[in-house]
Write a new protein. Sequence first.
Length: 143
Amino acid sequence: MRAWWKVRKPTTFGVKVLFLHPDDPTRCLIVRHSYSDSARWGLPGGAYKPERETAEQAGAREVAEELGLTIDGVPTVLDTVTTTLEGKRDTLTIVRTTPTSASFVRSPEIAEARWVNADMTTMPEGEPVSRWLELALSVRSVS
């Protein structure tokens, strides 16, 4: 697959969503996905096609599918990162938003989810976190 990617150089688009707790913006929602890198804590999200939806729309769709969460308004883009790992071009947009409720229902895609302090003091001890989660938390300023 990597050899094909190096020749073809496909472009993919993804979105990750930093959810701030609706009653306490110093807390955020972290997840462990069941389908890839299930030991690492990260952010909910997934792939999208920019000709069909924006990163903000994709983020809202993904979290509705993965956690049953809804939002009011349009998420705020925190950062967009382009990588060329594995010979393909990935564009990942990280958005911040607040759900209308703190209650969520995990889909089979989510192995575990929990609200934690966004300053990382209550992150699960000794368990790895994704670089995208670290990036989102470093640029999360609430305005």
